[in-house]
Design a binder for this molecule. Sequence first.
Ligand code: DGI
Ligand code: FE
Ligand code: FE
Length: 195
Amino acid sequence: MNRDNEFKEILKNRLTEKRYIHSLNVADSAKKLARLYGYDEEIAYTAGLIHDCCKDTPAGLQLSYMLENGVELSEYELGVAKLYHSICGSVFVKKEFGIDNQDIINAVRYHTTGRKNMSLLEKIIFIADFISDERDYNGVEIMREKAVKSLDEAIVEGLSFTIKDLIDQGRIIHPDTLDAYNDAMMKILNTGDNK
Ligand code: DGI
Ligand code: FE
Ligand code: FE
């Protein structure tokens, strides 16, 4: 049973219009990537649709929701409010949407940082978030080209951008972000041309 319409009604009320449109676009991108890379298209669509379900909730409320639900935040997470929505979202989709597919839960959980050994769905959602239709940052066309060529190459491209930006802004880089970068880079180097 596909519950996307039910989720859409809830998300429309939880998210700003801009974020809701982003969610629909990420769902569409995820579905296309799923077709290309051989993953269940319906599951990818649903994961994309709900990935930012907590993004417009105030950080304090996200934090109390996570703590009430027994989430233990690492020192790198507790002080970085931008990372709350993916962790909070993974609890929310399980508890409030009744999602029991662990791959979907993990795709929401790791969509901001990535991590080592991401599943195919985790990679699809991570990249779909970078290339959704409304994205117009410098370099988005390169990301869209890489996304259809190799998910690992797209991950390296996207995380290079994110990590450089975080350094320029003097922000904390989560260990999962660095792990995701190194892991994807290792995969590219092992199958590609050794320098
Ligand atoms: O929720 P979206 O805006 O669609 O996208 P997202 O969940 O990928 O969040 C992107 C933001 O998260 C962007 O401002 C960079 C930030 N971010 C990603 N990884 C890290 C991070 N911020 C910190 N401080 N550390 C990270 O490792
Ligand atoms: Fe997000
Ligand atoms: Fe997003």
